[in-house]
Design a protein around this ligand. Structure first.
Ligand SMILES: NC(=O)c1ccc[n+]([C@@H]2O[C@H](COP(=O)([O-])OP(=O)(O)OC[C@H]3O[C@@H](n4cnc5c(N)ncnc54)[C@H](OP(=O)(O)O)[C@@H]3O)[C@@H](O)[C@H]2O)c1
Length: 203
């Protein structure tokens, strides 16, 4: 699959290098291709060129950069857009979006016609490189309104070794963003560190 990743930081590189290792065609959409080194099995390109070439576009930039990054990406109508961002307040005490909405829904509003799936926002980037916990795959929740796009997102999470779990429509994004707040608070304020992940247990 041709995957364009906007942002090559912690999340973008963990996802991109994981997918490239598994045979996907990965291009990082970056502001300065000279600053970001491609690896042997990935490429870099200006944000617009990368985004327009991808079947799947992954948004992995800081929340404050989302409007600019999506403007730079151009028209994403019909493309699967995986939103990994979290609209966190600077002191990590809550979400920086009005009550009743979510980052995922705001992203959908900024990318008209894109098939938005919220995913890869509920665990740390290191777990995206390695989601295996003693043989148990970490859960990766996702939500969105398009069944086909969710199937692609789920498959890409599975390729990395996650157990994908469908959390419902895109309006569930706020719940997933709150789950990120819980993960961050456990990691930092409660001292769990970054080597833990959420897991759905069934019987
Ligand atoms: N870190 C985590 O463990 C984690 C986990 C889940 C979700 N998230 C969420 O994922 C997102 C990315 O986090 P991160 O930790 O990967 O951030 P990061 O390491 O700071 O990387 C951010 C990337 O975004 C790029 N960028 C910034 N502004 C841009 C713009 N206007 N246009 C295009 N690219 C731009 C940066 O490129 P330059 O080098 O040009 O600045 C950089 O490559 C955030 O929304 C975060 O909340 C993070």
């Amino acid at each position: 699959m041709r995957i364009a990743i906007i942002g090559s930081g912690n999340v973008g590189s963990a996802l991109g290098h994981g997918w490239a290792k598994r045979g996907h065609d990965v291009v990082f959409g970056v502001r300065d291709p000279n600053k970001t080194a491609a690896t042997t099995n990935t490429r870099t390109a200006p944000v617009k060129d990368a985004a327009q070439s991808g079947d799947v576009v992954v948004l992995a930039v800081p929340w404050a950069a989302v409007p600019d990054a999506l403007r730079s990406a151009g028209d994403l109508k019909g493309k699967v857009l995986l939103d990994c961002t979290n609209p966190l307040l600077p002191d990590l005490s809550g979400l920086d979006v009005p009550a009743g909405t979510s980052g995922g829904e705001i992203v959908a509003g900024l990318a008209p016609g894109a098939l938005v799936v919220k995913i890869f926002n509920t665990t740390g980037a290191a777990n995206m490189t390695n989601p295996d916990f003693h043989g148990q795959p970490a859960t990766m929740f996702y939500c969105g309104d398009d069944g086909g796009a969710k199937g692609i997102a789920s498959g890409l999470a599975g390729d990395l070794g996650f157990e994908p779990v469908d959390a419902g429509p895109l309006s569930q994004s706020r719940q997933l963003e709150s789950l990120c707040l819980l993960w961050v608070s456990l990691a930092i304020k409660q001292g769990l560190g970054v080597n833990f992940a959420f897991k759905v247990l069934r019987r």
